[in-house]
Design a protein around this ligand. Structure first.
Ligand code: PRP
Ligand code: URA
Length: 212
């Protein structure tokens, strides 16, 4: 569906809408929360990879040689720690040969700015399709900082996969990184005065890892 944003692509899949409801429900425990994040990630991975380029190859069946395909570029998944970790398995189930980098960012709850504490990414980032994973796009500070870092590592072909986005966050990312497509499972109403997404799902890291 087209929203008011140019670069935001909202999943319209009925199973995504069903699982967003599971994530929003405050009674959902961590086990069921992680399972719903994985299922949504499966669908986002299919939608994001739809435009990946292919190279032609030949494959020998037991009967004859025929045309086959492989992905033209490597795929690198980059979860933002911690909550982005919950999306990795769902993406790897669809793109099993993807490499995985990690970026550690934590929002300072006073300044609301991201603090960086860890980076480890594969060397072939410049030749890869890079997919940044973070379930929450709130102010956009964390994802914008992560994308800036990956660009400094040479990343060119980007997508950002989130589960819930705020209008404020999408606006910031479109301004800071107009080249990056954002794929989301829900576009919510607004941020509250602590920069939590409304209606949202609460703290994604805490709900994923049971640290409430
Ligand atoms: C959450 C979330 C994002 C960030 C989004 O992480 O996973 O990384 O907040 O907020 P922003 O768009 O305003 O930057 P958090 O800082 O809670 O860390 P955690 O995943 O370790 O819990
Ligand atoms: N981070 C979260 O985990 N949830 C929000 O609503 C905003 C930022």
């Amino acid at each position: 569906m087209n929203t008011q944003f140019n670069k935001f692509i909202l999943s319209e899949h009925p199973l995504v809408k069903k699982d967003i409801t599971v994530l929003r429900d405050k009674k959902t425990n961590s086990e069921l929360f992680r399972a719903a994040v994985t299922r949504i990630s499966n669908i986002l991975a299919v939608e994001i990879s739809q435009n990946f380029l292919l190279s032609e190859t030949e494959v020998e069946t037991p009967l004859e040689t025929t045309q086959g395909f492989h992905l033209a570029q490597d795929v690198v998944l980059v979860p933002v720690l911690r909550a982005g970790l919950g999306m990795v398995n769902g993406f790897l189930q669809i793109i099993p040969d993807a490499k995985v980098g990690h970026i550690g960012l934590e929002r300072d709850e006073q300044t609301l700015k991201p603090n960086q504490y860890y980076f480890k990414t594969p060397l072939n980032i410049p030749q890869s399709d890079v997919i940044l994973l973070d379930p929450m796009l709130a102010t956009g500070g964390s994802s914008s900082a992560a994308i800036s870092f990956l660009k400094r590592q040479g990343a060119k072909d980007f997508a950002f996969a989130c589960i819930i986005a705020s209008p404020e966050g999408v606006k910031k990312l479109e301004a800071d990184h107009p080249d990056v497509k954002i794929f989301g499972a829900a576009l919510d109403r607004q941020l509250n005065d602590k920069a939590y997404i409304l209606p949202g799902l609460g703290d994604a890291g805490d709900r994923t890892f049971g640290t409430l």
